[in-house]
Design a protein around this ligand. Sequence first.
Ligand SMILES: *Cc1c(COP(=O)(O)O)cnc(C)c1O
Length: 358
Amino acid sequence: MFQEMLQTGHPRDWHDMLSASITTAGEIAKHLPVDPSHIRNVISRYPMRINPYYLSLIKSSKSKEGGLFKQVVPDIQEISNDNLVSDPLYEEIQSPVPNLIHRYPNRILFMVSNHCPVYCRFCMRKRKVGNPFAVTQKTINDGIAYIKQNRSIHEVIVSGGDPLLLEDEELNSIMDQLRSVKHIEIIRIHTRVPCALPQRITPALAKMLSRHHPVFMNIHFNHPDEITTESSTACAILADAGIPLGSQTVLLKGINNDPAIIKKLMLGLLKIRVKPYYLHHPDPVRGTRHFRTPIKEGLDILKKLRGHTSGLCVPSYMIDLPEGGGKVPLLPEYKKDFLENSLTIENYQGKVFDYPED
Ligand SMILES: *Cc1c(COP(=O)(O)O)cnc(C)c1O
């Protein structure tokens, strides 16, 4: 059995890594400067998980209370009354069967796992992490039955929780079932694992995923200190398996709301073959208000990227509209004036040009 595991190149380490995670106030106080009573109050509502790998990144990070610390260490502000609702995007209302969101006509988001490699304090699905939602064989079967019946669905976004915390065999079975549906063209995986638990990305996993191509993957990275030897190796294994990698980053106050940090992150991602896809404006979700920043700040950051750095590094800056209206890109204003047959426009350096329309 052990020999077999070695031969399939599937070490069990990531399971051990995950089960050694910090989940209590007592444990975290041994490692990081926190107030245990605050931690206890917050985690009775929103649980904590910091795996040993991510903890080591926090400890080696230059500023102890900086960009990595705030992402995963509970803050008392999470439980102050912030007048926000838990599901502003109407995800539950737009779920025809549990754990499947059908917002756009041709693609759906399918939650197949209720675990994550770390619990992000700014999570837009905090309501579910607090009340662990049931992902069962039944919800997965019901989701697949719904996908089969709806021929307008051409793409499935496999999400969660984190789908890469399933065992290889469990995920393979879901992928097989999706691939057996004729109208499904694209499978996309949304995950934080290559960033927050890179040990889970094994050659065996990559090989399994590559049997279901075309498979795309969007990885959640928020800070340049998350780009390490380990996460770079994880991305290389996936890219070498022919999986196009994109990134999703959330703009977060006190973590990355700074043009220099975002620029460094986007460039770093490009170097590990991850194409910046979306920079998300944070959603108005209960318990996360202290992470929100003005939209103007996001627009200014975008303006400092476009033209100043490779176009490959520039993500789309997105807001997700309330009530399930969907995502819309926001762009800095370059257009100064739109007269009858000429457009007055500013370039990335702030120089003004007239552009003839005909
Ligand atoms: C973000 C999202 C998608 C995917 O949107 P893209 O713009 O295609 O990346 C699909 N469904 C739901 C519910 C979403 O939140």
